[in-house]
Design a protein around this ligand. Structure first.
Ligand SMILES: C[S@@+](CC[C@H](N)C(=O)[O-])C[C@H]1O[C@@H](n2cnc3c(N)ncnc32)[C@H](O)[C@@H]1O
Length: 302
């Protein structure tokens, strides 16, 4: 890795935050049991709607022309849209607030959409071609072998430790030639290759975000191929997420650069809300330093 401005900035931010915030709180224990994942999204529901997308999209915007636009939120569902044909069965793993499901189901009225999440879909106006299940998607016994045409998962698999359990299940339910579209985070290199401060920032980002310890690109690619999925595309979108990450960093900085205000707010707010603000504060520098990357994978069942 070639240290740049953001690499030093990340060190400086970690040092500054440790003066008034006990970051160790976010690095201990497991952090990503199903109950912790569920409570993280329950606690941050309002923050996602307020700071991320009022329409309920919870993923990052991929800036097609280098600067922030609201419409860039459609990049991920539009990528999936290209694989959907009339009559297809399409499944979203981890639908969150349901915005992708509702958008794609409206664009493809002749396809059937299935959403699986630990949380409930709260929207009242659910299109007729959408069915949702509140359960862990690493176990999908109600779905038959070879029954789904397209599976997609945006920024959700990262929460789970046993990724191969999920991809074995996805492989089982997919029809031959079926496609999987994944957008998720990957470390550029294995965790142990980074210095102690960066490792701590990665741990805070992972466990503080109710996720498993972030894995490297090489480790993630291994999971897909071990489960029989063929990697057709693996694209690095990190630079295109920087405008959205910068926007969130600015919002978090309004709190985290004011220690007295931060101390008071963090005394009042739940830990899983505070960790989300910390992640927003360091996310831009981690990505710009080339540590955390954002990827698109297109996988196929042969
Ligand atoms: C960051 S949100 C992403 C939401 C959505 N994909 C989007 O792009 O707007 C991650 C979602 O994954 C869900 N999730 C994580 N692990 C899960 C699991 N094992 N089973 C079911 N849902 C899971 C969480 O409950 C959360 O709603």
């Amino acid at each position: 890795m070639n240290p740049n401005y953001s690499y030093y900035k990340l060190h400086e931010k970690m040092r500054a935050m440790e003066q008034f915030l006990n970051l160790d709180k976010f690095t201990q224990g497991e952090g990503n049991s199903l109950e912790q994942i569920r409570s993280y999204f329950r606690i941050n529901d309002w923050a996602y709607r307020h700071y991320h997308s009022q329409d309920g999209f919870m993923h990052f915007r991929i800036a097609s022309n280098g600067c922030f636009t609201e419409e860039d939120i459609y990049y991920q569902p539009d990528t999936v849209s290209k694989f959907i044909k009339p009559g297809d069965v399409v499944m979203e793993l981890g639908f969150g607030q349901g915005a992708n499901l509702l958008y794609l189901a409206t664009c493809h009225p002749d396809a059937h959409f299935i959403g699986v999440d630990l949380g409930l879909l709260k929207t009242k106006d659910v299109p007729r071609n959408v069915t949702t299940y509140q359960q862990d998607y690493s176990n999908l016994p109600q779905f038959e072998d070879n029954s789904v045409d397209v599976v997609y998962a945006f920024e959700t698999i990262v929460h789970n430790t046993d990724k191969e359990k999920i991809y074995r299940e996805v492989y089982r339910i997919l029809k031959p030639n079926g496609v999987v579209v994944v957008f998720d985070y990957a470390l550029a290199d294995r965790l142990e290759t980074y210095d102690a401060v960066v490792q701590k920032a990665i741990t805070v980002t992972s466990k503080g975000g109710a996720a498993a310890m972030m894995e490297s690109l090489e480790e993630l690619n291994g999971h897909y191929t071990n489960c029989g999925l063929k990697i057709e595309k693996c694209f690095d979108h990190t630079r295109a997420t920087l405008p959205d990450l910068k926007r969130l960093e600015r919002k978090a900085a309004k709190i985290l650069t004011r220690p007295m205000l931060a101390k008071l707010m963090f005394w009042l707010l739940p830990d899983q809300f505070v960790s989300n603000i910390v992640i927003g504060y360091i996310g831009y520098d981690s990505a710009n330093a080339g540590i955390g990357t954002y990827r698109e994978w297109v996988l196929r069942k042969p």
